[in-house]
Design a protein around this ligand. Sequence first.
Ligand code: 13P
Length: 253
Amino acid sequence: MKTRTKLLLGNWKMNKTLREAKAFARESVELSALAMANNVELGVAPTFLCLEAVRKTNPDIIVAAQNLHYEPKGAYTGEISIPMLKEIGISWSIIGHSERRQYNGESSLSCNRKVLAMIENDMTPVYCCGETLEEYESGITKAIVRNQIRTGLSGVAKDKASRIVVAYEPIWSIGTGVNASKEIAEEVCGFIREVLGEMFGTTVASEIRILYGGSVKPDNIKSYLSAKDIDGALVGGASLDIQSFKALLENIL
Ligand code: 13P
């Protein structure tokens, strides 16, 4: 069984101009060295406009897109394809973030097409799942998450599935400062691994990294990472400032 390398990924959402992204990338060079020396993978997901510049400025940081289209080209105004990303050296993308599900009409079914296209192209999807506050309060979190995982990752070949990263982000905890307790996050992430086990077998499921996301800050990241099934964090607000990003990293070393 392979051990799962810890992963800290910053999701910049619609933040940072090109100039700001380059400045961050320059300052992140030493953080990448620190991460590598401690066997932690460090990454950021800038906007499309900044992907190439960040990658060139810091070749040692994982640079992920925040979305992509499943068709290689065609009449899809405003979209970005996998060949376009690959040409500039990008092989990771967040898929199905709750904000895209909420504001851009994405569903687990449309995410599935993206995941399959990425796997076909040897890319790494960071597939997001998570329940709304209403669903959480109704006690149906696991049913929701199970459905998101089973639909979104349907049809992925067992021998390719270990490259997938899953992010559990309860929607009620995103950007609200109301982070899920370690116990909730631990329970749901453990459940996600069970569902992955049903789909891909327990060995493959034990190799898939599962991140927690939602109001992760330097002062709470360590407790999440101490949970057996949580292998890292997907961080929004606290990943934007280099000092805070540094503190997130230092607190999981
Ligand atoms: P916050 O860390 O700002 O709550 O955002 C979480 C998130 O959506 C990461 O993808």
